[in-house]
Ligand binder design. Structure first.
Ligand code: MGD
Ligand code: MGD
Ligand code: SF4
Ligand code: MO
Length: 675
């Protein structure tokens, strides 16, 4: 490995932009992280989080050795042990458990702390399939919306974000893109400058993105479907619908036209809190601007009705025929274009018992506390459930169970790792070989090791290969090299967009673009091959077949709807342990409407108690007009300290959304009061 130079890298974080990076290395250490100006979309611009990635990689607190717990669960007291001892402790415990309780007593828990496909869904899946462990349904992020979008469009297929440079109207709908998809904002701002494009933001919180809008539309949480249906009402009644497109490429436009009569602007205004005049203005702008583009965010799908939200919004560009215009249409997610061969990558064939139980990760607390037969061992990697999962109090009580054998593979001693019996040190992505597929732009990237593993840390792939060996598994897929795994994953005859993209090509060229074509004219992967405004499939699955406004579940008698989203300088809970990122954020704030505060006698800057039946936290109030009355919003997955109680997921419900087993982080209600 070269000790000095400039090396290509990929941002590994769970962020749609998936920037190309350049790592500057001196004497074997990364000294600077820059964006790669050659990346066709991200063009050398990166966020401040990753500019400071070096501080995370070389953080004193990073785990160097495997650890064994010496204190109480959650206390964080450990002693270093060798890899041999760590691995044999795990494999002997699992061998016993398989004999006494069967393999389903073991559960993996992971998410996309590192988006590398091998790290997040490669050797781990192969290993746990072979083990016969309980399966985890990975639903915490976007699954409700993905199912909703699929009903309408057939799969995670949107437009090429590079085309949005031509768009004249941008609607950022429930996405804090200035923090969470900065290059889409850069494209919108460029379009604004070049062709006078307008930027509309529809959100419950006027945050970083709302502040840069030409027009910010505040809306009540969980009511967006009604707004979209109100827009459809006006598009049809004022003859702005594109019947030519509807006839050719959709099913059910007649039914839809009749159905939306009930969503008149007065009714919709009553539901959404958006004034009648604004509903007209929005629909008329949307009905006449071309190209118009909707960026569908993750926020509104973190509600009880989140699947239906995405299902509904994604019908809008069909009404205006915008899919036919370059730069027109929508993006919810684009992961279908770069979809690898998951059979080859994850080897589901290694799972012999096809009736193996599946556990929804949003119910991890509940699962640890109540499942029968119980989960006796949990193996966590690439995720921090003690902080990020809903109903934290349940999750922590579950993790603290004396009879639970908990293994956590991590870069840091996270809140979750503090409960572990065995902690394994993980490499950072810059120490691994992996491949990356953005869920927004269309480029694939390869990461090869730029630095040596930190301390004794090992990659996910390495650890699962070692665990397989320790368990005595001799299956060839558990012994493959990274290069073999990538080559297999890219060989996907079912994905025509990947044609011509091979491992060797990825090694030679840093950015390989999927062979994307416009969606229309063409056949969608829906049952009818068309956009399904009316969906027989939904009907069969027990949903209203037409887009419909379904109110949120009654979450109890608390006065405020609580919206705890992510913040600008953390990536979920990643970076929440880094002083620089903490200083940039200062502290979590509770944004509250002036009128609500006046009634409750709460002052700006006051630390208040926020509570409901699930738990409580204490946050500093920030007063203004950036949320509607009845709504409170906060940002960031902060970790409690001795002097603070900031873990917002103490308050969030572990109900399951309408579709995809999704999470409902934003559908909780809270009370707010003086301490
Ligand atoms: N800086 C930073 N970037 C990130 C992340 C991070 O933690 N920090 N996390 C990454 C991950 S994993 C994801 S999934 C994405 C998420 O990024 P986004 O897609 O931006 O999703 P959220 O930030 O969850 O929510 C977006 C917005 O939805 C709003 N919202 C909530 N409820 C409603 C509603 O009912 N209606 C409307 N219209 N708006 C609503 C929130 O106020 C918020 O502004 O970001 C990724 N990028
Ligand atoms: N209140 C509230 N809660 C939320 C959300 C919200 O908006 N509001 N957003 C939700 C969403 S959208 C998501 S996606 C989830 C995300 O939740 P998580 O997936 O848990 O994301 P992170 O908090 O970033 O934790 C990722 C962990 O993986 C570790 N890691 C990184 N790379 C590797 C690796 O290569 N190997 C191993 N073994 N570990 C690694 C990191 O050190 C980090 O601790 O949070 C959800 N929770
Ligand atoms: S977090 Fe997102 S914006 Fe920041 S460097 Fe990574 S991919 Fe780019
Ligand atoms: Mo996410």
């Amino acid at each position: 490995m070269q000790q000095n130079g400039v090396f290509h890298a990929v941002c590994p974080l769970d962020c749609p932009d998936q920037c190309g990076l350049l790592l500057y290395k001196e004497n074997g250490k990364i000294t600077k992280v820059n964006g790669d100006p050659q990346h066709p979309v991200t063009k050398g611009h990166i966020c401040s989080k990753v500019r400071n990635m070096g501080a995370r990689i070389y953080d004193e607190k990073r785990l160097k050795y495997p650890l064994k717990r010496t204190g109480a669960k959650g206390e964080g007291k450990f002693t270093p042990i060798s890899w041999e001892e760590a691995l044999s402790t795990i494999t002997s415990r699992w061998t016993e458990l398989i004999q006494s309780d069967g393999p389903e007593s073991i559960l993996p828990y992971s998410f996309y702390g590192n988006m590398g496909r091998l790290s997040a869904e490669g050797m781990d899946r192969r290993f746990f399939n072979r083990l016969g462990a309980s399966q985890l349904d990975r639903t915490i992020c976007s699954s409700a919306g993905s199912v909703g979008y699929k009903y309408t469009m057939g799969g995670s297929l949107g437009i090429d974000p590079e085309d949005t440079l031509h768009s004249k109207l941008f609607i950022f709908w429930g996405i804090n893109a200035a923090s969470t998809n900065m290059h889409q904002v850069a494209l919108a701002q460029k379009a604004r400058k070049q062709n006078g494009a307008k930027i509309i933001v529809i959100d419950v919180h006027k945050n970083q993105t709302g502040r840069l809008a030409d027009w910010f539309i505040p809306i009540l949480p969980g009511t967006d479907s009604a707004l979209a249906l109100g827009m459809m009402h006006i598009l049809f009644s004022e003859n702005m619908a594109d019947y030519d497109f509807l006839q050719k490429y959709t099913v059910g436009h007649d039914e839809l036209r009749k159905h939306v009569v009930q969503y008149d602007p007065v009714t919709v205004s009553g539901i959404t809190g958006v004034p009648v005049a604004d509903i007209y203005k929005l629909a008329r702008l949307y009905g006449t601007a071309s190209p118009s583009f909707i960026r569908i965010g993750n926020g509104p799908q973190h509600h009880d009705n989140g699947g239906m939200f995405v299902r509904t919004i994604s019908c809008l560009p069909a009404l205006t025929g915008q899919w036919l215009v370059k730069g027109g249409g929508a993006i919810k997610g684009n992961s279908a274009y770069l979809a690898p061969n998951t059979e080859r990558l994850q080897r589901p064939d290694l799972l012999k018992n096809k009736h193996t139980r599946v556990i929804n990760m949003n119910l991890i607390g509940e699962a640890l506390l109540t499942l029968d037969p119980p989960v006796k061992s949990l193996y966590v990697y690439g995720s921090n459930p003690a902080v990020v999962a809903p109903e934290s109090n349940k999750v922590r009580t579950g993790l603290a169970r004396e009879d639970l054998f908990l293994v956590v593979h991590e870069l840091f001693l996270t809140e979750t790792a503090k409960y572990a019996d065995i902690v394994l040190p993980a490499t950072s992505s810059f120490e691994n070989t992996d491949f990356y597929t953005s869920y927004w732009h269309h480029y694939l990237q390869l990461q090869r090791p730029v630095i040596e593993p930190y301390g004794e840390s090992k990659s996910n792939v390495d650890v699962f290969r070692l665990l397989a060996k320790g368990m005595g598994f001799e299956d060839l897929p558990l012994m493959e090299t990274e290069a073999e795994m990538i080559a297999g994953a890219l060989d996907n005859p079912r994905n025509p967009y990947l044609e011509g993209i091979h491992y060797d090509a990825l090694v030679e060229q840093h950015y390989l673009k999927a062979k994307v074509k416009p969606l229309f004219p063409g056949k969608l992967p829906t049952p009818s091959g068309k956009i399904e405004l009316f969906s027989e499939q939904m009907k069969a699955d027990g949903y209203p077949p037409l887009p419909t406004y379904v109110p949120l579940v009654n979450d109890g008698n608390h006065p405020y709807q609580f919206v705890p989203g992510p913040n600008h300088h953390f990536l979920n809970s990643t970076f929440s342990n880094n002083q620089r990122h903490i200083s940039l954020e200062k502290e979590p704030r509770l944004h509250m409407n002036q009128k609500d505060a006046a009634k409750a006698g709460i002052d700006d800057g006051e630390i208040v108690r926020v509570w409901n039946g699930r738990g409580e936290c204490e946050l500093k109030v920030s007063l203004g007009e950036n949320v509607l009355p009845g709504v409170v919003a906060t940002q960031g997955l902060w970790v409690d300290s001795e002097s603070t109680k900031q873990n917002v997921n103490n308050l969030t419900p572990d109900r399951i959304a309408d579709m995809g087993g999704g999470a409902v982080f934003f559908s909780g209600r809270v009370s707010v009061g003086k301490i």
